[in-house]
Design a protein around this ligand. Structure first.
Ligand code: MG
Length: 95
């Protein structure tokens, strides 16, 4: 299977929004987020890592579309760094 690189992925994200609308793709993000939540909740009772990975991939693709559309990359990175620092602080207090 030929790997789709970032430049082509961006074209696909933009075409999806152009063809099906931003509203539709935001709805898809919400739907896929719920499917990921469902797969996450089931993982302890019925370990299905393939399903979990599939739902993570679906959600990441939807996130990437919305991230690209609203140009949120640097803002998301800012929040990731901030939240990782907070998590690191909490972990250091638990020792
Ligand atoms: Mg899904």
């Amino acid at each position: 299977m030929k790997r789709i690189e970032l430049e082509e992925a961006l074209k696909i994200y933009r075409e999806a929004i152009r063809r099906w609308s931003l509203q539709s793709q935001i709805t898809m993000l919400a739907e896929e987020s719920l499917e990921l939540a469902h797969a996450s909740l089931k993982i302890l009772r019925n370990p299905n890592l393939k399903k979990l990975a599939e739902e993570i991939a679906d959600t990441e693709i939807c996130i990437s579309q919305i991230e690209d559309y609203f140009n949120l990359g640097s803002t998301i990175e800012y929040w990731k760094q901030k939240k990782l620092r907070r998590l690191k602080r909490r972990l250091s207090k638990c020792l």
